[in-house]
Unconditional design. Structure first.
Length: 26
């Protein structure tokens, strides 16, 4: 979990953020 990845996710759409979170949990 790097802050850079979070910053990238914030720049994306909310739907994409949900996908990123699911990937991290997996």
């Amino acid at each position: 979990r790097s802050q850079g990845a979070i910053a990238r996710t914030l720049g994306r759409s909310p739907g994409t953020i949900s996908r990123e979170l699911k990937r991290m949990h997996q």
